[in-house]
Design a protein. Structure first.
Length: 343
């Protein structure tokens, strides 16, 4: 065993991880549009202040000094201390931005104070996965909403609630994802989606001025990012609609009404923003108006991309059915090998 000895202490090395240049401006825009911003302590209260997640003096909830078993809120520089009281959190949040750690989350759960405290917290520190779920459910319980892929989240939610059919099907699902059906399905849809995206972006570039856009420059709406957003959204919707496995195992799309309504709503939303029916909505989404010719192409290509993917998927399900149970194929292989050994 080697032990370090004879070393002379010279000091600490402190490294500063720079923040992305666009973080502060983007979060400022979100806050200006009446969104509440939250962060974890991986950025720390200092960084949260730099990127405009918090703008007031911060107070961090932690165990009180001493062995009295209480809790207190302390400023990051420990110059200001407030005794914790769940009934005063609302008033305290008017003057301070509140922060909390994962260890104190357990205290809130034990004292049934989560709904009184969590909705006012801006910075969450080192919380466990189950505590993150508690944070989200607490926000939802008091009427708050987290905007993270709304349509995509709705699709996953409604697909998970699809009910199996009351009778077992004579057909069998594919026993493994490493089969011709899955590989050809993914390859075909990937080809169509990439071709659709590249063609749409190139069509938009024809209407763009020939100027160099810096990758890290401030965001400015233009035809390319507008078309990219529209195409990306439509590809997600088409993927869920095409890959949904209904009969003979689960409810069909028409029977799964919530999922059907979500698909119709997403397609309707795509049609509205593409056709520019409500200019104020597109301005709020930072989408620029599309030239009429480009708009018509985008609508037509979207329909054709969905039609090709849907037809390809149905053809593969017909050409590569999953009727053969996995053990039968293996049994045939074993039997054949045994007969060869006898010969």
């Amino acid at each position: 065993m080697w032990l370090e000895s004879g070393l002379t202490f010279s000091g600490f090395a402190v490294f500063n991880c720079l923040i992305r240049g666009v973080s502060a401006s983007v979060l400022s825009e979100l806050k200006a549009s009446s969104h509440d911003l939250v962060s974890t302590l991986c950025y720390s209260c200092h960084v949260a202040h730099q990127v405009n997640i918090i703008s007031k003096p911060a107070l961090i909830l932690g165990p009180a000094k001493g062995n009295n078993g209480g809790y207190e809120r302390v400023s990051p520089d420990e110059t200001h201390t407030v005794i914790f009281s769940e009934n005063e959190v609302g008033d305290l949040s008017e003057s301070y931005d509140l922060c909390i750690g994962g260890d104190c989350m357990e205290m809130l759960q034990q004292s049934s104070s989560t709904l009184k405290v969590i909705p006012y917290v801006k910075v969450f520190a080192r919380v466990a996965p189950e505590q993150k779920e508690l944070i989200i459910t607490s926000f939802k319980s008091v009427g708050r909403v987290t905007l993270i892929g709304v349509f995509t989240a709705a699709f996953f939610l409604f697909i998970s609630h699809a009910s199996p059919l009351p009778t077992l099907s004579a057909e069998r699902p594919h026993p493994t994802i490493f089969c011709s059906y899955v590989l050809l399905s993914l390859l075909g849809q990937f080809t169509v989606h990439v071709f659709f995206l590249v063609s749409s972006v190139k069509a938009a570039e024809k209407y763009m001025p020939e100027e160099c856009i810096e990758p890290d420059s401030e965001f400015h709406p233009n035809l390319v990012n507008t078309v990219s957003y529209m195409v990306g959204m439509m590809l997600q919707v088409a993927t869920f609609a095409v890959k949904y496995m209904g009969h003979p195992f689960n409810q069909s799309i028409s029977q799964n009404r919530p999922f059907q309504y979500a698909l119709v709503g997403a397609v309707g939303f795509f049609t509205v923003i593409t056709s520019d029916l409500f200019r104020d909505l597109n301005d709020w989404l930072k989408l620029v108006p599309l030239p009429k010719e480009l708009r018509n192409k985008l609508m037509l290509w979207s329909f054709l991309a969905f039609l090709v993917c849907y037809s390809w998927e149905r053809f593969l399900r017909w050409a590569f059915p999953g009727k053969m149970p996995a053990w039968k194929k293996k049994q045939r292989t074993v039997t054949t090998n045994a007969e060869k050994k006898r010969v």
